[in-house]
Ligand binder design. Structure first.
Ligand code: AMP
Length: 214
């Protein structure tokens, strides 16, 4: 199963794709997670990407395309994968189409988690992540049992640098300008399953499973 997971920042892609990965034994390829790891380890890629990420801007296509293709090279041993956070521009989508056509492979479908822009700012600015396991909380509708600590492993929770209010508005605008056209790109190919991104985590996950089985 090869899936692309699209949705605005804060729509719940990360939470849902982590869950889908566990349930279906897939590999999650999250460009945001790979970039953050590179940034934290100060690799050459991390150093190049850091300024863009901190400003809430997109990292240039050529860096992302190379990074993701290197990662996808290594997927022969897995049951399938979820591309989470890629492609984010039409140029990235076209590069992916070309690469897959060359190796006679294809994406099965695109899941699009739909949430209106006016709800994203509030979701992003109350989002906290566990330092140890990456589990995501929302202080308003999915808070941890103990303040500042992960329910699963007691790890410290932190707020992503790009989830600060100033950066969030810019990220949503960048999403509208660059990533909405990607949704249209896949809609034109009849590949998109739209999921309503409102409700509890379990409820949304059930809708995703239903969409996959249909
Ligand atoms: P995310 O965790 O998916 O919200 O990604 C965090 C940041 O990483 C984004 O705001 C971008 O700076 C960068 N990034 C992640 N994926 C991509 C991509 N496909 N293209 C360009 N930049 C990306």
């Amino acid at each position: 199963m090869k899936i692309i997971f699209l949705g605005a920042p804060g729509a719940g892609k990360g939470t849902q794709s982590k869950r889908l990965v566990r349930e279906k034994h897939l590999l999650q390829i999250s460009t945001g997670d790979i970039l953050r790891e590179n940034r934290d380890n100060q690799t050459e890629l991390g150093l190049k990407a850091q300024t863009y990420m901190d400003a809430g801007e997109l990292v240039p296509d050529h860096l992302i395309i190379k990074m993701i293709f290197d990662k996808m090279d290594d997927t022969s041993h897995v049951n399938g994968y979820i591309l989470d956070g890629f492609p984010r521009t039409v140029a990235q989508a076209e590069a992916l189409d070309d690469m897959l056509a060359k190796i006679h492979d294809k994406i099965d479908f695109v899941l699009y988690l739909k949430v209106a822009n006016e709800n994203l700012i509030e979701r992003l600015s109350s989002r906290y992540t566990c330092k140890k396991c990456g589990h995501i909380y929302n202080l308003n509708f999915n808070p941890p049992k103990n303040e500042g600590k992960c329910d699963l492993d007691g790890g410290d929770l932190f707020q992503r640098r790009d989830d600060k209010k100033e950066t969030v508005t810019k990220r949503i605008k960048i999403y509208d300008d660059n990533t909405r056209p990607v949704i249209r790109h896949y809609k034109a190919k009849n590949m998109v399953q739209t999921i309503d991104g409102y409700g509890g985590v379990d409820e949304i996950f059930a809708k995703i499973l239903e969409a996959i089985s249909s």
